[in-house]
Design a protein around this ligand. Structure first.
Ligand code: RIB
Ligand code: CA
Length: 305
């Protein structure tokens, strides 16, 4: 059976992605590593455990990076709330002490090798730390599906950059510069999978426990999208789509490419084709350029309420 490890910064759409992943029968969710991102790492850790509780599954969770490799991180709380889950859970009271996420990632790659798919839906700091410590894992792991970047469309933080990449561009550069077998699920496709007000209403009014639990934070996310990205008419299911692509690769059409992450300040975090990579052989990243949004949305809603 395909083994799945998620690396998350939970985050409202990460929460939806975790709930979705836990419900897909042909994948075994072996563990979840957490990072700072939308909120500090202790929030991501606590939020992840809460979502697993809502979903009724018992999966080990690990605490990872507290900040980007070289930069600082400030939190606005605008899209995900100050607690990462739309201010539905409030402050963290207990701080976790676990094996570091990067060490757990390395351990799991050695344990499952090609059977393991890693789905990363936050800044890529944990993955970069793992690659730095054990570069050989790049040749062992089955695949790495990354929600991040934008090749054909504008960014969502700057006109060039997507959030997960620009928060830790050095980590993203290291990860995309490695030989990891990556599928990049960027804004090019995630902006085409939209959850609407009607969908949240159905969860809120329905009888499914998981849907009911997820409705309040999803409403916050939807409201934030309405304010910031009114042209979209819904909120983007970025992270759930990464899980969908891991489970059903035929959902997307991809183009093989080497990806370069810009580190120059004028285009920080931009992800473009790396046409100058030297001594390179076959491209290691498959960039998703088209998605069968209807099939994905159907499966997502069938599994969550
Ligand atoms: O740009 C979208 C990404 O940023 C998603 O992973 C969201 O959860 C945030 O981390
Ligand atoms: Ca995320």
């Amino acid at each position: 059976m395909q083994k799945l490890l998620m690396d998350v910064d939970t985050g409202i759409d990460d929460a939806l992605a975790i709930a979705y992943a836990a419900s897909i029968p042909h994948m075994e969710l072996v563990g979840i590593t957490t990072t700072y991102g939308m909120a500090p790492v202790d929030y991501s850790y606590r939020n992840t455990r809460k979502i697993l509780e809502y979903a009724g599954v018992d999966v080990p969770v690990f605490r990872g990076a507290e900040k980007p490799l070289q930069r600082t991180r400030e939190y606005s709380g605008r899209i995900h709330g100050t607690d990462g889950l739309g201010n539905t859970l409030g402050p963290v009271t207990e701080v976790a002490s676990t094996q570091h996420a990067a060490d757990y990632l390395i351990e799991q790659v050695y344990k499952h090798e090609a059977a393991l798919t890693i789905v990363a839906t936050g800044p890529l700091t944990n993955l970069a730390m793992a690659i730095r410590k054990a570069p050989e894992i790049a040749g062992l792991v089955g695949s790495v599906v990354i929600m991040g970047g934008a090749v054909m469309t504008p960014g969502n933080v700057t006109k060039f950059a997507e959030a997960n990449i620009i928060i830790d561009p050095e980590a993203a550069s290291l990860v995309f510069g490695s030989s990891l077998p990556i599928t990049m699920v960027g804004l090019d496709v995630t902006r085409k999978t939209l959850l609407t007000a009607r969908d949240v209403e159905r969860w809120r009014e329905g009888r499914n426990h998981l849907g009911k639990s997820l409705a309040p934070c999803t409403q916050f996310y939807l409201d934030a999208y309405k304010e910031l990205h009114p042209y979209l008419q819904g909120c983007a299911l970025h992270d759930p789509l990464a899980v969908g692509v891991a489970a059903y690769p035929d959902l997307v059409q991809t183009v093989p490419m080497f990806i370069k992450v810009d580190l120059e300040e004028d285009a920080l975090g931009r992800t473009t084709e790396d046409i100058h990579r030297e001594g390179s052989g076959q491209p290691t990243t498959k960039v998703c350029v088209q998605v069968d949004a209807d099939t994905f949305m159907q499966d997502f809603f069938q599994r969550i309420g």
